[in-house]
Design a protein around this ligand. Structure first.
Ligand code: NAI
Ligand code: MG
Length: 335
């Protein structure tokens, strides 16, 4: 039995979550769901966007499914990542049929360090003698500990998922100390995986941004620091299609949270227009994390079928099915 924390959140978060749970039902897994409140509506009701009760539900769970929050998203999701020490952010770049992405033959994973780098929130103003702000600085933290942990994760992921190469991405020619350290640690870990026949290569982040466009098929697993990972993973999303199709995972040592990349989409909320695919693909990532590989494959096949038929898909994919109808179609493919 798995304890699954479920946080639907705001707007289409609630709609795509309902769709995902409908589809998961068809797999007959031994799941016990516990629902938690978070987001804008929760703040209106309780005065805070992320109650301790919700944090506790997530902490007690084996894994968490998160829909989307609205304006309070940063307070909710960033806080949860910190509370749970969700150090690895996983963003698959995988082509699905019927998307309007640039490529239809991609399948690789971006592993982003999620706890340090440029996003530690240490910024300072530089003031002149009269106190006018004349500039600002930002501190960038790279530790051996976090670099090791994320590189280990990436190589282990490669090994567990039959990938043959890991690409380390940095800017060590300019950021000699911070990214110099990251690169050094990357190759230390790579050495341990030589016997597993997993190849290691490294590129500068600017070159990688170009290679993602010119030869994205050459990547299998990319591992990089926080800011670079944030940017490259959005570039990756652009390679394979719209927001309605892009899932993500936040992985920690004891728990993990799975969420679509999109937000609460107030422009389409409540109209049944939301594409449930990103949320369902996030649920597939959760199944993989829990070790339910067969179930993950089964569900992936069902989604592939519905997407390639193109008959029961939502408006963003050129169809006229509602969120619920698309979920039902996926469910029918399973059974
Ligand atoms: P958004 O992702 O909510 O929407 C961007 C555009 O994509 C909209 O036109 C929307 O209709 C469309 N879209 C998004 N998901 C879709 C889906 N599943 N199916 C069909 N169309 C979809 O981003 P936006 O508009 O920048 O932000 C809206 C709210 O969401 C804001 O309050 C923001 O703070 C929040 N947000 C929350 C996130 C989270 O909870 N992790 C992430 C991003 C934004
Ligand atoms: Mg981003």
């Amino acid at each position: 039995m798995y304890k699954i924390a479920v946080i639907p959140g705001d707007g289409i978060g609630k709609e795509v979550m309902e769709a995902a749970l409908t589809v998961l039902d068809a797999l007959n897994l031994d799941f016990e769901y516990e629902f938690g409140e978070a987001g804008d509506e929760c703040k209106e009701k309780n005065g805070i966007p992320l109650p301790q009760e919700t944090i506790d539900i997530v902490k007690k769970s084996d894994a968490c499914l998160f829909g989307a929050a609205g304006e309070t998203a940063a307070d909710v999701i960033v806080r949860l990542r910190q509370e749970m020490d969700l150090f690895a952010n996983l963003r698959p770049v995988k082509s699905y049929p019927g998307s309007n992405g640039l490529f239809d033959d991609l399948d690789f994973m971006i592993v982003r360090e999620n706890t340090e780098g440029m996003y530690i929130g240490k910024e300072e103003y530089i003031k002149d003698e009269s106190g006018n702000i004349i500039g600002a600085t930002a501190e960038r933290l790279i530790t051996r500990y976090a670099s090791k942990r994320i590189c280990e994760y990436a190589f282990k992921y490669a090994k567990d998922n039959g990938r043959k190469k890991v690409t380390g991405v940095h800017k060590a020619n300019v950021l000699k100390k911070t990214d110099g350290l990251f690169k050094e640690v990357f190759y230390e870990i790579a050495k341990k995986y030589e016997n597993e026949k997993i190849e290691a290569e490294d590129f500068y982040v600017d070159a990688t941004a170009m290679y993602l466009l010119t030869r994205p098929q050459s990547f299998e697993v990319i591992v990089t620091t926080n800011l670079f990972g944030d940017i490259l993973s959005d570039e990756g999303a652009g390679l394979v299609g719209g927001l309605g199709l892009i899932p993500s995972a936040n992985i920690g040592e004891k728990s993990a949270l799975f969420e679509p990349v999109h937000g609460s989409a107030p422009d389409i909320a409540g109209k049944g227009l939301a594409n449930p695919t990103a949320m369902i693909l996030s649920a597939i990532m959760m199944l993989e994390y829990l070790g339910e590989k067969e179930m993950a494959i089964k569900l992936d096949k069902a989604i592939l079928k519905v997407l390639s038929d193109g008959e029961t898909v939502t408006a963003d994919l050129g169809g006229n099915a509602t969120t619920t109808e698309m979920a039902e179609a996926i469910k029918n493919e399973i059974s």
